[in-house]
Ligand binder design. Structure first.
Ligand SMILES: Cc1cc2nc3c(=O)[nH]c(=O)nc-3n(C[C@H](O)[C@H](O)[C@H](O)COP(=O)(O)OP(=O)(O)OC[C@H]3O[C@@H](n4cnc5c(N)ncnc54)[C@H](O)[C@@H]3O)c2cc1C
Length: 282
């Protein structure tokens, strides 16, 4: 979304050794750290972050291992979702197509339990595919989490206290053409419904869930499409997207979130819960 202040320290580790050294260094210096993926769903406070931000987007970002017999892949947390989906398509493994246009890394998608479906009432989420996860505890201690240790719900997981290193996903065999067709159908749907060109963070609010209308429909029905505070505006195309019209601040985003919550609550009694993560703790 291109808002928010700077980090005191910022690092992009490529190897596990570099990551461990960074954790050690921040602990020794008494610095807090924040693990970032691609930053697609995170908004930092205008004051910035007075600690170490560790971005995982370059972390082993081409590491994907495949076991075709078992229809299983093991993928680094730093791999982009676009690369993961392309790899699966080329390997004839289906199940991950819905992730193709979601900007971000595998690690961020796991923490957020990212998902998408062009069919209403259907939820495709990355959590459904996960067999196991390799991670570090915040202290740096390695840990293996098997399926029974993991819990996923709508845009939520029990993984946010870990530093994710890699995940094993179970997929299924399908022809490359059929996988490509599914990807193209998703792309066309998103182009029609969500094609937003200005800086944004995707959906700002979670959908309240059936039988309630989507968050976008509630915001639209409340007459808020196009509403602007400072540099931030509710998209004219998709009411659950906020777009940076230039010079927006985190304070503008927070003010617009509150304004939407207040207006929608008065109109419907529904409290919209943010999906984006606003990081203001220093
Ligand atoms: C245009 C647009 C469209 C979008 N469409 C969708 C959509 O259809 N569906 C959907 O679900 N989301 C969507 N999003 C939101 C976003 O892309 C997803 O939430 C994505 O999974 C975030 O990945 P990321 O790597 O950018 O994570 P970040 O935004 O960087 O981080 C998200 C969370 O994960 C944590 N995290 C990231 N990596 C790690 C790691 N390795 N270890 C531990 N914690 C980590 C962060 O601390 C943070 O809490 C969209 C966003 C945009 C901008």
């Amino acid at each position: 979304m291109r808002v928010g202040g700077p980090a005191a320290y910022f690092a992009e580790p490529v190897t596990e050794e570099q990551l461990s050294k960074l954790l050690e260094w921040s602990q020794q210096g008494g610095l807090s750290h924040f693990i970032l993926g691609n930053g697609s769903n995170v908004i930092f406070d205008d004051q910035g972050f007075q600690g170490l931000v560790i971005s995982m987007r370059r972390f082993q970002n081409d590491l994907i291992k495949v076991d075709l017999d078992a229809s299983r892949i093991t993928v680094s947390a730093g791999v982009s979702l676009a690369r993961l989906v392309r790899f699966c398509q080329e390997s004839g493994l289906a199940g991950a197509e819905f992730l193709a246009q979601i900007p971000g890394t595998v690690g961020g998608a796991l923490v957020m339990n990212a998902g998408f479906s062009r069919h209403s009432g259907q939820r495709n989420e990355i959590g459904d595919l996960v067999e196991e996860v390799r991670a570090l505890k915040a202290t740096g201690q390695p840990v293996h989490l098997s399926r029974s240790d993991l819990s996923f719900s709508y845009r939520h997981s029990n993984l946010s206290t870990y530093i994710l290193l890699e995940a094993t996903l179970t997929l299924w065999r399908r022809s490359k053409d059929q996988i490509q067709q599914e990807m193209t159908a998703n792309l066309n749907f998103r182009k029609t419904n969500q094609d937003v060109h200005e800086p944004n963070a995707g959906s700002i609010f979670k959908n309240p869930g059936p039988p309630q209308p989507s968050a976008g429909a509630l915001i639209d029905q409340a007459g808020l499409k196009g509403k602007r505070i400072g540099g931030i505006q509710i998209s004219e195309k998709h009411a659950n997207y906020f777009v940076n019209k230039g010079g927006a601040t985190c304070a503008d985003v927070v003010a617009l979130i509150k304004e939407v919550q207040k207006t929608v609550f008065h109109a419907t009694g529904i409290t919209l819960e943010p999906e984006v993560r606003i990081i203001s703790k220093n």
